[in-house]
Design a protein around this ligand. Structure first.
Ligand code: URA
Length: 212
């Protein structure tokens, strides 16, 4: 089983409380969501390999460290995932960004992909799939199904990153993709009868883009 981590750094917890508040404005919600993305980038990249590099400081030649290994990609699940991308990119600006769009079929409740565009070499990259809310897990699982089957990304090279997770979503995602690491800023209580996370923060897409 891969890693499952609740990133409970005080700054992240504090900022999450700000955006959970129903009176948080769209502007502040968007800014703080990106800030949390930036802070989470620090944690999700903790195990990136390093290699030695020779450089010259103004004083002398020296051997120092630089990031080695696979190139990185960030894949937001549209549309709410977009809300965390800029913050993560601030920390890993060389990462490429792929997009995957999913909607919920109202009859079957299945997640249907309506858009996908990834870097051509995505199968050679370490991939961070981003969606603020892990509720039932259906969108996340469908996105990961696509990445692993159609685009040949190995589960071991995928990390799923969210802000708020429900236990139901964690369980479903771990069952479907046991080798994918999962990082969340909070593990909430459960889903309500409408599939919203409680206490949660409402509809993340609407709150990021001000559509309600
Ligand atoms: N998607 C959201 O945006 N919020 C939830 O609580 C559940 C799914």
């Amino acid at each position: 089983m891969a890693k499952f981590e609740v990133v409970n750094h005080p700054l992240i917890q504090h900022k999450l409380t700000i955006i959970r508040d129903k009176d948080c404005s769209t502007k502040v919600f968007r800014e703080v969501t990106n800030e949390i993305g930036m802070l989470m980038a620090y944690e999700i990249t903790r195990d990136l390999p390093l290699e030695d590099i020779e450089i010259e400081t103004p004083i002398m030649k020296t051997t120092q460290k630089q990031i080695a290994g696979k190139k990185l990609a960030i894949v937001p699940i549209l549309r709410a995932g977009l809300g965390m991308v800029d913050g993560i990119m601030d920390m890993i600006p060389a990462a490429r960004v792929g997009h995957i769009g999913m909607y919920r079929d109202p009859d079957t409740l299945e997640a249907i992909e309506y858009f996908a565009k990834f870097p051509q070499d995505i199968h050679e990259r370490r991939v961070f799939v981003v969606d603020p809310m892990l509720a039932t897990g259906v969108s996340a699982i469908t996105a990961l199904n696509q990445l692993t089957t159609k685009y040949n990304v190995k589960e071991e090279n995928i990390t799923f990153v969210c802000l708020v997770a429900a236990p139901e979503g964690i369980k479903a995602l771990q069952e479907a993709h046991p080798n994918v690491d999962i990082y969340t800023a909070a593990l909430d209580e459960k889903l309500n009868e409408h599939g919203y996370i409680i206490p949660g923060l409402g509809d993340a897409g609407d709150r990021i883009f001000g559509t309600k």
